[in-house]
Ligand binder design. Sequence first.
Ligand code: DAH
Length: 338
Amino acid sequence: MENLKEIQATAADKLIAVDSEIKLAEFKAFVFGKSGLVTELMKTLKSLPNDQKPQAGKEINDLRVAISTMIENKEKELHRMAIDRAINEEGIDLSIDKPLHRIGSLHPLNRIRDKLVNYFVGNGYIVYDSPEIESDYYNFQALNIPPDHPARDMQDTFFIEDGILLRSQTSSGQIRHMEHHKPPLKMICPGRVYRSDDDSTHSPVFHQLEGLVIDKNVTLCDLKGTLEGFAKFIFGDQTTIRFRPSYFPFTEPSVEVDVSCFNCHGRGCRVCKNTGWIEILGAGMVNRKVLENCNIDPDEYHGFAFGMGLDRITMILHAINDIKLLWENDVRFLHMFD
Ligand code: DAH
């Protein structure tokens, strides 16, 4: 009994000096190793008379538990010391009182783009990426807009050099897509486009989303159903659409598409300039010349295409009256959309 108390005291003394993982491992060996203090004690049990064995066994076990607890506490202490040391060495002062950085959020334009992309992808369209630096051929000629065509005037284009330009419309993506993929096709092409335009609703850089569907037996009704679904998704379930005749060289017939005003539901308000309708995109049935340019047989396949301005839709939805607000990156403006 005396002996056990002494052993416990010796162990406790020795443990005080332990200040590292290595020394702790040595200590464990010193107590519980092959010829450790406690191990040796266990061995003596055998030679005791039978009637003393239970009591002695219990006492040795108590000693074992007591030393194990001391070791556990030492482990915790070493762990705490390691953290303190790391904090000191790395010089981090966790007590410093500094305002937190504000976390950014998605730009309203990106939100609209993602929403539209998700909608169309959910309806079986693939997303096609097409270059922003484009040739005259893909941006105009293959879309049935030859060099002197008056339709070029509608898109005041930045030329980089002869025949090379900054794309003025994502419609160029249609041609590239049809060149590389066989119908049936369902694709959207979102991206930046460029025109020499600059006022409160036009910026030299803006964003469009092009859509293209090519298959057998595609009709104008399919186009209308598609755009109605999209309009309801973006502007709300009550939204209806209407087609007005228009002209684009790459579609025949061509339409301008209006949505019923989501703000006044047709009664007339500022958003719809008292007309009850808001113009949001151009569309039409793909012109057979465009299909021929892409080696698709216009007697076998038909298709529709549409193109919309993402900046315009974002501005309409959020009642933003100056397109520059989308570019200034004023965080007060951007945080309004968090
Ligand atoms: N590319 C046209 C523009 O920028 C928009 C457009 C109209 C795209 C009709 C189309 C379409 O695909 O069929 O004004």
